[in-house]
Write a protein that binds this ligand. Sequence first.
Ligand code: FAD
Length: 374
Amino acid sequence: MSKEIVIVGGGPVGLFMGIALLEHGFSCTILEQRKELISDTRSLGIHPVSLELFDQLNLTETFLENGIKVFEGIAHTGKRLLGAVTFEQCPEPYNYILINPQNETERILRDEFLKRSPSSYKTGIEVTHIQQGSDHVDVHYGENGHKKNLSADFVIGCDGKNSRVRQAIGIHYSGKRYPDTYIMGDFEDNTGLNTNAAVYLPAEGLIECFPLPGNKRRWVVKTDDYVNSPTAEQLSALIKDRIGHSIPVSTNSMLSSFGVQHLMAESFQKGRVFLVGDAAHVVSPIGGQGMNLGWLGAWNLALRFKNGTTEGYSTSHQVVVKKAAMRAEMNMKIGRKSRFPLLKETVLKGILHSPLRHILAKLFTMRGLDNWWV
Ligand SMILES: Cc1cc2nc3c(=O)[nH]c(=O)nc-3n(C[C@H](O)[C@H](O)[C@H](O)COP(=O)(O)OP(=O)(O)OC[C@H]3O[C@@H](n4cnc5c(N)ncnc54)[C@H](O)[C@@H]3O)c2cc1C
């Protein structure tokens, strides 16, 4: 039980990993290169499977104080209503997706980690290299311009897509880039949709919008090509052309572009070193599951530490990641331009008005991915 575990990276997954390890009685230290929290709000959706894990770590209440509960996602062609995916029939109490911007999520997780272990979250530390010995791992890092090192029993790389930890242990990271590109922006909410999410599937390509705290709404719009410097006017014109809705351009508070990849490390473990979160896998953000998938992996690993053997972490979580990646790919395909828009509309309408919509609700809420521990 006196094992010293070093977590490299204090993003949403590293912080959750730390809280889960502390909960199971392990001592751990988080090394984070940033001195400040991110201002970036990129991920929004917290799924019921994660809320159930938060319950076990006494985190749920704080998240519920901050987030918005989305019970329903409405689907449109832009001109015609197709139907709705309602999460209200999903298992209670978490029969909704909680919306919380990523910077808020990281703030809550950081504060919760600090409450449990105030001196174990170290910022301004950039891990430069790690080296495994037979019974320990040397972690080399830079702090205030000085080179330093420490020794740990285990190292967990939660250091994101370009993970130094993964590179240091020579684990191959591969996958594919999809042709899909998007721009997204936050604006004052003038839709009247309240806390509902909406997905529009006009022939020209997907538009999604989600409620945000402070009466704002995030719009995500599929583009033909990657847009280097998107403008609010551009986003607004695409929305107006495709679905006829005018967003309040002058209230724009965030804009960005993104392309989509699926990447996975060939293994999530080598000796005493583990990879969790984006360091191990990246899935398409359409469907909003990457961070949640990282939390599932972190929980899987923490339970294995508790049970005294980490064997099986890599293979079991890879199965979960592959399933999630397939679902994310399906979400993206539905949102692509269609050569047969009327056929697509008829099929989707059929699904949304049949019991199959409950299966969709399950897929969107990440059910059926994570049942390896039951
Ligand atoms: C547009 C967009 C929307 C998204 N929406 C969703 C969503 O709705 N739901 C969802 O679940 N996911 C979503 N995601 C995915 C989600 O943002 C990522 O999966 C998540 O950020 C991964 O968290 P992480 O902690 O693994 O990595 P990161 O967030 O990348 O954090 C890594 C941390 O490690 C630190 N670090 C890196 N290198 C070092 C080093 N050498 N030494 C010390 N520290 C280091 C970094 O500073 C950082 O704090 C979205 C992604 C995008 C791009």
